[in-house]
Design a protein. Sequence first.
Length: 286
Amino acid sequence: MQRVAFVGLGVMGSAIAANLLRAGFTLIVYNRSRERALPLEGLGAKITNTPREAVEAADVVISMVTDDNASRAVWLGAEGLLAGVKSGTVLIELSTLSSSWVKELAREATIRGFAFLDAPVLGSKSQAEAGELIFLVGGEARLLDLVRPIFTATGKNIIHLGSTGSGSMMKLIVNLLIGVQAVALAEGLLLVEQTGLEMDKAIQVIANGSAGSPFVKAVAPRIAARNYDTHFALHLLHKDMSYALEEAVHQTVPMPTVATAREIYRLAMARGLGDLDLSAVSEALR
């Protein structure tokens, strides 16, 4: 069984790490806030004081952090992951990051002689806890085969999208669509409310009609109830949409709809809603 170093124990990272422990993997963990790691210690994980210390005996290294800056620090810092990785280790980045940074990180790993995969995930907190995530993988197929047991222990589907960076790019495209859809849904439900239509019936029509989707079915009731318990933080979706727009500029792809939707998330963040669920974007329209 592979020894896995896992860095970044947020909502999703903690759930994935717990499933790896339940599957029998030896797990060494690091998180900037040590208290986030304590529940995993109770399940058998070893906690370390630095990323570098975490990887010294690992066969596979996994990072799942917030953004490009956090990823850069955890991989390239003086006590970072690349400072302690041994030869032959497979590096996996699960974070949702910009395409440019993922490619830069992959180049740096290759220069130093390490194998690298980007594999951001699709799914919610509950899906992570249930081991039902979808992994979007970029990198060599042979590397994916080496670490496939890790993915199967924590997810229900593994999609190999191609070369390094392709998994990360696909994740950004999915999230920009989520961002636009959530704003449109919030606008529609606000119109339902203001015109006096019965909200429950309206949601039933939307969710089961041609505009319906699993996302709509999950988010519409939250918007209607103004229940913004965090499933996917609003500020993280804003970050992902920003990364997607940066790549669109680089590729000369016009995205006026995404840009407009992103501005509404920015307004929500300015109102102090960034740590709430993405569905709280509806409050920026009130």
